[in-house]
Design a protein around this ligand. Structure first.
Ligand SMILES: Nc1ncnc2c1ncn2[C@@H]1O[C@H](COP(=O)(O)OP(=O)(O)OP(=O)(O)O)[C@@H](O)[C@H]1O
Ligand SMILES: [Mg+2]
Length: 327
């Protein structure tokens, strides 16, 4: 059982190219995108994937919680446990832990009768129900496999960057901690060894990193600070970037503001309503700027801002616009 993981791990360490260069965050092999629920993790994951592809990298966006956001944005319906090309150099996969375990067993067990027995008995379903964290562990195993340059799975492509769209904060943290939890429970043997190898991948700051997505509001900003601390201190994973998503781009000049204030005093109710809307937009932008400043004072990682896109649905062209904004 140890063979595959350890052998590929050695290979990956050699091929990452530890050449002393400080890696930019898109130069990492694995990026975990995390943040509070609904802040835009899935949208940002795809924008990062598009950005990486724009820079000539072959990237794959990995969904771990079967929400299939990539297929929604790219209007494709067939993202499952197989690698699907979404656009040039950008691929997507949705990892199902049971499929992941099946693939692993197929690679490991050469005796067909044994494999059939394992799958028929629904061993994994029972095991996963009885072992909290096993789903997360095998999912990270698959992420690790996707990041290898010498892939053993049939038709496995080489990716420069694996972008993982993690579940919201609490689940995201326990997801990243699952290898360490397993390594501590299984004190020795193959599970211990493999869990340690997955932990080493997460803790290797040259190889893996995280991107925290935040919003320009008080609570998400506070949570981002806490999340950065937890990821750094408790998980020991690099925090490469904080993305402040959904910033209002519009701002008004002093002359505009004077005009807007004058409109608010108009006799025409419609003009008054428009003036009021503009003023509230203006104060929203102001409060967002305050939150951005707070964030700058609270986190250590560099911050990238992304605009709020005023469209009923984020489609491919919106995702491209966001990708262009990621510097
Ligand atoms: N920059 C943006 N401008 C406008 N809308 C956005 C932006 N980013 C995300 N959205 C929208 O916000 C909603 C939440 O985004 P998304 O699904 O990416 O969040 P999430 O963090 O992945 O959510 P969950 O925690 O439920 O997985 C979606 O409707 C998405 O289209
Ligand atoms: Mg999501």
């Amino acid at each position: 059982m140890e063979g595959l993981f350890s052998c590929l791990w050695c290979l990956s360490v050699r091929q990452i190219g530890l050449n002393g260069r400080i890696l930019d965050f898109l130069d990492k092999r694995v990026l975990f995108v995390t943040g509070k629920g609904g802040v835009g993790k899935s949208t940002v994951s795809i924008a990062l994937g598009i950005r990486a592809a724009m820079e000539g990298k072959r990237a794959i966006v990995v969904e771990v919680s079967s929400t299939e956001n990539a297929s929604r944005i790219f209007r494709q319906s067939d993202v499952g446990f197989k690698e699907v090309e979404m656009s040039n150099d950008l691929w997507a996969i949705s990892i199902d832990p049971e499929d992941s375990m099946r693939e692993y067993v197929l690679l490991q067990l050469k005796v067909k009768a044994m494999r059939d027995l394992l799958f028929r008995s629904r061993m994994f379903t029972y095991l996963a129900a009885a072992t909290p964290g096993l789903n997360e562990l095998v999912t990270i195993g698959k992420i690790w496999e996707l990041a290898q340059l010498d892939r053993k799975v049939k038709h496995g492509r080489k990716y420069d960057l694996v972008i993982v769209d993690l579940p919201a904060t609490g689940h995201g943290i326990s997801f990243l901690q699952s290898p360490r939890t397993f390594a501590n429970i299984a004190r020795m043997g193959p599970i211990h060894t493999q869990a340690r190898q997955l932990q080493a991948m997460i803790n290797d700051h040259d190889h893996s990193g995280t991107v925290i997505v935040s919003l320009p509001e008080e609570m998400p900003v506070n949570e981002t600070r806490n999340l950065e601390e937890q990821l750094t201190d408790d998980v020991n994973v690099a925090v490469d970037r904080v993305i402040m998503n959904g910033l209002n781009e519009e701002s008004f000049s002093g002359a505009d503001l004077k005009e807007i204030k004058r409109l608010r005093k108009s006799d025409d109710p419609e003009v008054r309503a428009a003036g009021k809307a503009a003023i509230s937009q203006c104060s929203r932008t102001e409060s967002q700027m305050e939150q951005l400043e707070r964030l700058e004072g609270l986190v250590k990682a560099p911050i990238t801002t992304l605009p709020f896109i005023f469209k009923p649905e984020i489609d491919l062209s919106c995702a491209r616009k966001l990708a262009e904004e990621i510097a």
